[in-house]
Design a protein around this ligand. Structure first.
Ligand code: SF4
Length: 422
């Protein structure tokens, strides 16, 4: 099979993996170190977005889509009737360099089906990264998908060459993992995540120590400087949003994940009868990302975000109609309007439409003078939306409107408004 035919198959096979954003990467600068490529902020990666919204490009491929495993949700599972291909190490390295030189890509995202065994596969994946870094002196971004059952030595070597490593947790519960991915083992996954986590921490600590001592030589060799990430498939099992978010929370806390990616299950050709026939609504994936952000940076709790309107009871599911912050605010109208001249930072953050940066700005501005309604438009806050939830020295919303039973309808089916509210 020629290399382009392989590329067609192996790029298509990789498209289901969502965990490839390059945000938060650390610079490997060609100007300083020689070689080719750079991961300086501003350069980027494939079909992925940086935190400031720039689209960046990666060569996102599998080394092979042959796989010994039978994960029910995966198009590459052993029983799947799809064309198969396998790259050699040299082919992937050459493709990456050729695409990079033509400015098609800014990095590589490499994953693989498991062929022969976990160690053999991981060796091949590591060999690609080693070749790129040591032989081609490639300084662009490399994200390697690691195989949890591979030996610790191989994981350690992968960390030396990759900017980011990831291991997919796949499903929110061990029960679902056993049912849908019988060869995978939740314990191996957590054990390997813990190994990556401690390698990443050691590297970070060595940097801090070296900075304190003013001696760069004390920095340990780079180990996955952009941290580790993981992906969870949504809607392939019956786990509710609460279970998904709890699992994500545990991963953030235990292994200091940079990101947990949520990937809505998409029905695949010849799919297993264990899977639902339909994909979950894509908006569910979007709501999970919003809730993930609220849990990490806004001080919300999982139960608060999944409670049913007007009952304060948790359903375990996020609202699909409303973004989670707005849904919470509507459900807790008794806590509004929030006085922007008196409320503490945590309360200001609860206002739909006010994010972390503007909450900080408001708190520092009011130390100088009282906040007036027109100050909100100077901060470019979405007045049409936040006017129901805030109070300033010269403004208070209409309480009748706020208490109206139809209040939520103002926002339902208004995606633009909800996005900016968030
Ligand atoms: S291990 Fe499972 S998820 Fe990974 S490629 Fe093989 S079948 Fe797909």
């Amino acid at each position: 099979m020629d290399i382009l035919s392989k590329l067609e198959i192996l790029a298509d096979a990789a498209k289901y993996d969502a965990s490839c954003a390059s945000s938060g990467t650390e610079a490997r600068n060609s100007l300083k170190s020689g070689g080719i490529g750079s991961t300086d902020p501003g350069m980027g990666i494939c079909h992925s977005y940086t935190p400031d919204g720039r689209c960046i490009s990666l060569l996102k491929i599998l080394l092979t889509n042959f796989c010994l495993y039978e994960c029910a949700y995966c198009v590459n599972r052993t029983s799947s009737n799809v064309p198969r291909a396998r790259f050699t190490v040299d082919e992937v390295a050459t493709l990456t360099m050729e695409f990079y030189k033509r400015n098609y890509i800014e990095g590589l995202f490499l994953s693989s089906g498991i062929f022969k065994n976990a160690d053999y596969t991981m060796e091949q994946v590591v060999a690609v990264a080693r070749k790129l870094r040591l032989e081609h002196r490639f300084n662009g971004y490399i994200h390697l998908k690691t195989i949890p059952e591979a030996s610790p030595e191989l994981l350690a070597e992968a960390g030396l060459y990759a900017d980011r490593l990831s291991i997919n947790v796949e499903l929110p519960t061990e029960k679902s993992l056993n049912r849908l991915a019988p060869e995978k083992n939740a314990r191996s996954i957590t054990r390997s995540m813990a190994r990556l986590g401690s390698g990443i921490e050691e590297y970070k600590e060595s940097k801090k120590h070296a900075r304190k001592q003013g001696n760069k030589k004390l920095v340990a060799p780079k180990f996955s400087p952009s941290g580790q990430s993981t992906q969870m498939i949504i809607g392939a099992d019956d786990s509710n949003d609460s279970a998904v978010l709890r699992k994500a929370n545990q991963l953030y806390q235990s292994f200091k994940m940079k990101r947990v990616y949520y990937s809505a299950f998409s029905p695949i050709p010849d799919s297993s009868s264990q899977l639902p026939l339909q994909a979950p609504p894509l908006v569910r994936e979007h709501r999970l990302y919003q809730a993930d952000w609220l849990l990490r940076f806004y001080g919300f709790g999982i139960d608060e975000l999944t409670e049913t309107a007007n009952t304060n009871k948790t359903t375990g599911m996020l609202s699909l109609d409303l973004d989670p912050k707005l849904a919470w605010a509507i459900n807790h109208r008794e806590q509004f309007p929030i006085d922007l001249n008196k409320a503490d930072y945590e309360r200001v953050l609860r206002v739909p439409g006010i994010g972390v940066i503007n909450a900080r700005r408001l708190i520092s501005q009011r130390k100088v003078r009282a906040i007036r309604y027109q100050d909100l438009s100077k901060l470019r806050l979405p007045l049409e939306k936040i006017k129901y939830f805030v109070q300033t020295i010269d403004y208070r919303p209409d309480s009748v409107r706020l208490e109206s039973a139809n209040f939520a309808r103002l926002f339902v089916n208004n995606t633009d408004q909800q996005m900016s509210l968030f």
